[in-house]
Design a protein. Structure first.
Length: 303
């Protein structure tokens, strides 16, 4: 079975943790232990988030004023390589030596005229208190928004349109390689009026990019791994209840947070509608049970 696994940001850095290399590696090690359980007998592709990492690089760049800060597409490329490197090592330490792994820097086309640029929603970087967030927004020209009990920088999150490296990714999978790709939703790129490809100042939602990746790879299963065990109705109340098996039509009317569960449900529904195969939203800790069909919220085609 060909499985695309989209790792949530919690797989790399838990809320409130210092963004040290040691903390991130320890979290990746736990994620790798769970992914390794589903490798035997399957073709596995791993996508992942990079919001905290991009935010940290952005802050570090802002502290060095001799040159202009690097744009988000370049920071995205840097974090794709960094995170892929750690995932490869930690998976490699668990799997047979003969198992090949590869990280593919992945450019993803977006439309420069996407309306998302008019309303930034994608959180990146650390969580701040209100005073710090407002000061940084004023200093750097950021847009900030509430995130739980704190505030984070938010940037535009245009829809992914095309994965440029889909051919090499497919070739690697067919030759038995575990591929880490489309990190952070991929490197946002677009064409100018002269037809030249260039970077775009944005962050693509990693779940929507993983859904596009899974569709183009003709995957049998899309797993969107997060820090909760599924999609809940009445979340945050004493009446909350988890959805078990549900269709895209049943999910269409739900009002879900745009910055968290909303894109995951949208990504799952897009994959199921296009392919007829299942997508599951659930906890990374339960990934083996997700693959066998006994955990998570499973989005299934009508009938």
């Amino acid at each position: 079975m060909r499985i695309v696994i989209a790792l949530g940001g919690n797989a790399l850095l838990r809320r409130g943790q210092p963004m040290t290399a040691e903390n991130q590696r320890a979290n990746v090690r736990l994620a790798a232990e769970r992914i390794a359980r589903v490798v035997p007998g399957n073709e596995v592709v791993v996508a992942h988030g990079n919001g905290p990492q991009v935010g940290l690089l952005s802050l570090q760049a802002a502290a060095y004023t001799a040159v202009d800060p690097y744009p988000l597409d370049v920071l995205g490329a840097e974090t794709e390589a960094m995170i892929g490197y750690v995932i490869e090592q930690e998976l490699g330490n668990l799997l047979p030596v003969a198992q090949s792994l590869a990280t593919v820097l992945t450019m993803v086309e977006v439309d420069p005229a996407d309306p998302a640029f008019d309303r930034p929603t994608k959180p990146i970087g650390p969580v701040y208190d209100r005073e710090t967030a407002e000061r940084l927004a004023s200093t750097h020209g950021w847009t900030v928004a509430a995130d739980g009990d704190g505030f984070r920088r938010v940037v535009a999150s245009p829809a992914p349109r095309r994965i440029f490296e889909i051919g090499p990714i497919r070739t690697l999978i067919e030759r038995g390689t575990i591929v880490i790709c489309a990190g952070g939703g991929g490197i946002p790129t677009g064409y100018d009026a002269e037809g030249r490809l260039h970077g775009i100042e944005a962050v693509i939602d990693k779940d929507l990019a993983a859904s596009l990746l899974a569709r183009q790879l003709e995957a049998d299963l899309l797993v969107i791994a997060t820090d909760v065990d599924g999609v809940y109705l009445d979340w945050g109340t004493s009446h909350r209840r988890r959805l078990d098996v549900v269709t895209p039509a049943a999910l269409a009317g739900l009002d879900l947070p745009a910055g968290s569960m909303g894109p995951k449900v949208e990504a799952a529904c897009a994959f199921v509608t296009a392919t007829g195969h299942d997508a599951v939203i659930g906890s990374l800790a339960d990934i083996a049970d997700i693959v066998t069909g006994t955990s998570g919220t499973r989005v299934r085609a009508e009938g």
